[in-house]
Design a protein around this ligand. Structure first.
Ligand SMILES: [Fe+2]
Length: 275
């Protein structure tokens, strides 16, 4: 891929997404937020891509994945008026449907298309598939890390402004002064907590913190620490010893990853974390 391909795809994305706008602010503003999220995920994936020395062509593929990973959100919202996949449809599958139906990637090579579609398909999956070629795995990891960085930012911004996230985006979980032992235990065992264990907003926050165990690139951990979004989410949790301990584990994970990051001389790490 070349940069002018990406420019063309950006112009297409702009006109495609604008076609969903109604001119009514309450209806359009959730879509505007998705457009802003997309722009930041594009920036994130390029930042991560540069940290592992992607070629110019690979950078274009990475940016296209960022641009199109949530394409299905627009059709999802038009059809169901929600971004909750459980109450509507898997938005990654919808993104791929839109790509196939519009033929927007038809000028790319088959290999490029396969990589882009694989990365979009698994960007929101609980885990990565086992049987994909390494070229696809690299881009799947890039988009999953890039997306998480922005999801943390979106939620941290709510807590920075002392606001509660929209009920729909936290699965209508109640804001109770409680938390689930299974979620805290997952953090103690250095693994991601499970969606199905969540019963309160605190569980949702803890689950998001546990994503640090699902990051792949050292640059993602470095950015997570530098941007401070995880610290803001952590500070919005109740003041309790059990939670302090869990937060300490998350914080140690960030510190340790940043400390053990091989310094390439330009402050950019070249090696992915072994898992
Ligand atoms: Fe998504």
């Amino acid at each position: 891929m070349k940069p002018d391909h990406v420019m063309r795809l950006k112009a297409w994305f702009e006109s495609y997404t604008q076609s969903f706008m109604t001119g009514k602010t309450p209806i359009d503003s959730p879509l505007e937020l998705k457009i802003e999220h997309t722009a930041r995920v594009c920036d994130n994936i390029c930042q991560l891509g540069r940290s592992v020395d992607l070629t110019d062509g690979q950078m274009c593929v990475a940016e296209t994945i960022g641009l199109f990973h949530d394409l299905g959100r627009f059709e999802q919202y038009r059809r169901y008026r929600t971004f909750n996949d459980r109450q509507s449809a898997n938005h990654a599958s919808l993104s791929i449907d839109v790509i196939n139906q519009t033929g927007v990637l038809d000028r790319l090579t088959d290999d490029e298309k396969t990589i882009i579609i694989d990365a979009i398909r698994f960007h929101n999956a609980p885990g990565l598939p086992a049987n994909k070629p390494s070229a696809s795995m690299l881009f799947m990891r890039l988009i999953r890390d890039a997306d998480k960085l922005d999801i943390w930012k979106v939620f941290a911004d709510y807590y920075r402004h002392h606001r509660l996230p929209e009920p729909a985006i936290v699965q209508h979980l109640p804001d109770l002064p409680t938390w689930e032992e299974s979620i805290v235990n997952a953090i103690a065992e250095n693994r991601m907590a499970r969606f199905k264990d969540m019963k309160s907003l605190n569980d949702f926050k803890l689950l998001q913190l546990s994503w640090v165990f699902d990051l792949y690139f050292p640059e993602t951990l470095a950015q997570a620490k530098k941007r401070g979004d995880l610290a803001v989410i952590a500070r919005s949790l109740p003041d309790h010893g059990i939670l302090h301990h869990a937060i300490g584990i998350i914080s140690d994970r960030l510190d340790e990853a940043v400390r053990s990051r091989p310094d390439s001389g330009d402050g950019v790490s070249k090696i992915a974390i072994s898992r």
